[in-house]
Ligand binder design. Structure first.
Ligand code: SF4
Length: 333
């Protein structure tokens, strides 16, 4: 609940606006899980609250901790459905990034993705999205500073709920809008909708291929929203919002990591204000793809840099745990 919604709630139990502010602080700043922990609220009010409200019903079903500090959670909601949430820390940086899920499973069926094997089950509610970050904060006692929608699901296919969660992350968790990133496989009508909003989270596009044929063999969404139309939509998006986009490209050995692919990608991105984030494929036991060699990663990066783009290689995180999204859920299933 936003503060306004909490005010409506306290009003409904004949309590003041001030109580709503106290409750807001206990939930979002002090991360309590039990109404009785709200010690500056009278016992009589707490009893009324206990009869009418609940802070959380999310359970941590599994937790894996990597030697690099990454923590992966499998969270269970009241209906028994589970999603994965990851906390990533990067050396020498104060940032703590939560990678959240937006759906249970996913309908997009990307070939390299373990979540795709689960199929689509349902959208997450705004509360279930927010609970993922609250659970991390309660469990670690740390404050999340960045949020990426790169867990299970396609966020733009659950856009209304994702936007409501983003609003609460921005306003109630006080996380800057540029520190909130939505990653999409390229749902063109929803990218156009995002462009019309008053606020834009950072937009990341899972591209993973430099041409229609390669992308089609990896991502079925390419049949519906082809790469050329996607590029034009992104140029329009940048034109109307002034925001740079991030292009995510997972390098898979022998498939899309060749010199030829790098050159094609450089040409494809001409005229698009974008940073490129190269992701090293994280092998899982659900498919036959392999990790690229160090040499091909460096060559690929070099070619793109020569074209004038800023290129980063995403640090590998959690490679000793089931870090790729969907891996842990699959194991449980
Ligand atoms: S990569 Fe993302 S969009 Fe594609 S199937 Fe996996 S969760 Fe869905």
């Amino acid at each position: 609940m936003s503060l306004e919604e909490l005010i409506q709630y306290t009003d409904s139990i004949n309590e003041s606006k001030y109580r709503a502010k106290q409750i807001h602080n206990w939930i979002y700043l002090k991360s309590v899980t039990d109404i009785n922990q709200m010690t500056d609220i009278s016992k009589a009010t707490r009893e009324k609250m206990l009869e009418t409200a609940q802070i959380t019903d999310v359970k941590i079903k599994n937790r894996q901790i990597s030697s690099d500090g990454t923590i992966k959670y499998l969270l269970e909601f009241a209906d028994g459905n589970c999603v994965e949430t990851v906390l990533m820390r990067f050396d020498n940086r104060a940032n703590l990034t939560a990678c959240v899920s937006s759906q249970v499973g996913c309908a997009c069926n990307c070939k390299f993705c373990a979540t795709a094997k689960l199929g689509f089950v349902r959208n997450l509610t705004p509360r279930e999205i927010i609970e993922q970050v609250l659970t991390i904060q309660r469990d670690t006692g740390l404050k999340v500073t960045n949020i990426v929608f790169m867990g299970q699901g396609e966020p733009l296919l659950n856009l209304d709920n994702v936007l409501k969660a983003i609003e609460i992350f921005n306003r109630d968790f006080v996380i800057g809008i540029r520190r909130l990133t939505v990653s999409t496989c390229g749902i063109i009508p929803q990218i156009r909708k995002l462009a019309q909003l008053d606020f834009q989270p950072t937009l990341a596009i899972s591209l993973h291929a430099p041409n229609h044929e390669t992308r089609q063999s990896l991502m079925p969404i390419e049949n519906k929203y082809p790469i050329d139309e996607l590029m034009q939509t992104l140029k329009d998006y940048v034109g109307s919002t002034g925001r740079r986009v991030t292009i995510e490209y997972t390098l898979i050995k022998g498939f899309n990591d060749t010199v030829d692919c790098a050159k094609q990608l450089a040409v494809l991105l001409i005229g698009l204000k974008a940073n490129i984030n190269l992701i090293i494929y994280n092998p899982n036991d659900q498919d036959d793809f392999e990790k690229p060699s160090k040499e091909s990663i460096q060559k690929f990066k070099y070619i793109l840099e020569q074209s004038g783009k800023k290129v980063t290689i995403r640090l590998e995180r959690g490679s000793d745990i089931d870090a790729a999204c969907g891996q842990l859920s699959n194991k449980y299933k």
